[in-house]
Design a binder for this molecule. Structure first.
Ligand SMILES: NC(=O)c1ccc[n+]([C@@H]2O[C@H](COP(=O)([O-])OP(=O)(O)OC[C@H]3O[C@@H](n4cnc5c(N)ncnc54)[C@H](O)[C@@H]3O)[C@@H](O)[C@H]2O)c1
Length: 265
């Protein structure tokens, strides 16, 4: 095995590839010699991202619509000559209101883009990968899928579902040489989170004090974890939901970390 992660000859599809964690992961895959297709709902930004990062192709579509998901996978596979790697990063944030105040339409949309979209892309790509008897899929859960966050039931239920889907597909497809894993990011500096900070939905100081590494994550830190799981360096890893959260999930005391650090010190 190469001592460097090297994706030469590997063909990747990254959903949500026009922005944030998806774009950072696509860039890293390209730096490590993968052939990369970007898929995104935003048809303008996905073409800009393709040109900026010199990805091999871009396709517009909605991962939550079955015909779009199938088309994006088949167009990417046709253009690249097959698919070996999938990174399912397409997602949207929710309204941060309790269930009794949330509309059915919004709840369904958040749930559908995250969980249903991940399922549709994984199923379409999984059919190719099972046939070719190799492949690696990485999904994107969240700390919100591992721990309950009030006001985030649609997002949390979808992200928890992605964790379970990841484990189930790993068990179903392992015998065909197809690995399926997920990352569960903590707060990461992407447009999705910047929008929530701008609207003062999140308090950055509180997040930093609640996080053992005392800061939010960079998108590149999510990309590195995703790329590890996609790569042969994780050749015996499947069915894992890897928290990439600066220790957020490890911390359980009352009060924030900084306060405890200082009073204990
Ligand atoms: N940023 C965080 O702190 C954080 C934390 C945990 C999990 N996540 C997850 O990481 C993933 C990426 O989020 P991000 O923060 O980079 O957000 P982002 O908004 O920067 O990027 C998301 C991308 O997905 C695309 N997209 C949205 N709906 C789509 C659809 N229906 N079909 C196809 N593409 C669609 C958007 O156009 C956008 O380009 C999401 O699944 C998100 O839930 C983010």
């Amino acid at each position: 095995m190469s001592l460097q992660i090297d994706f030469s000859g590997r063909r990747a599809l990254v959903t949500g590839g026009a922005s944030g964690i998806g774009a950072a992961t696509a860039k890293l895959l390209l730096e490590l010699n993968a052939t990369v297709a970007l898929a995104d709902l935003d048809g303008v930004r996905v073409l800009e991202a393709r040109d900026d990062m010199r990805a091999h192709m871009a396709v517009q579509g909605d991962v939550a619509v079955e015909s779009d998901a199938k088309r994006m996978v088949s167009e990417a596979a046709d253009a690249l000559g097959g698919l070996d790697l999938i990174f399912n990063a397409a997602g949207i944030g929710d309204d941060l209101v309790p269930l009794h105040e949330q509309s059915t339409e919004r709840w369904r949309r958040v749930f559908d883009v995250s969980l249903w979209g991940t399922l549709l892309i994984s199923r379409a790509a999984g059919r190719l990968m099972v046939e070719q008897r190799s492949g690696s899929i990485v999904n994107v859960s969240s700390i919100v899928g591992l721990h309950a966050f009030p006001g985030r039931s649609a997002y949390g239920v979808a992200k928890a579902g992605i964790g379970h889907l990841t484990k189930t597909l790993a068990c179903e497809w392992g015998e065909y040489g197809v690995r399926v894993n997920a990352i569960a990011p903590g707060y990461t500096k992407t447009p999705m989170v910047k929008d929530l900070l701008d609207r003062k939905v999140f308090d950055p100081g509180l997040i930093e004090r609640r996080t053992p590494l005392a800061r939010m994550a960079e998108t590149e830190e999510m990309a590195k974890a995703a790329v590890f799981l996609l790569s042969d360096w994780a050749s015996y890893v499947t069915g894992v939901v890897l928290p990439v959260d600066g220790g957020w999930g490890a911390y359980g005391a009352a009060g924030d970390v900084v306060k405890i650090r200082h009073t204990e010190g």
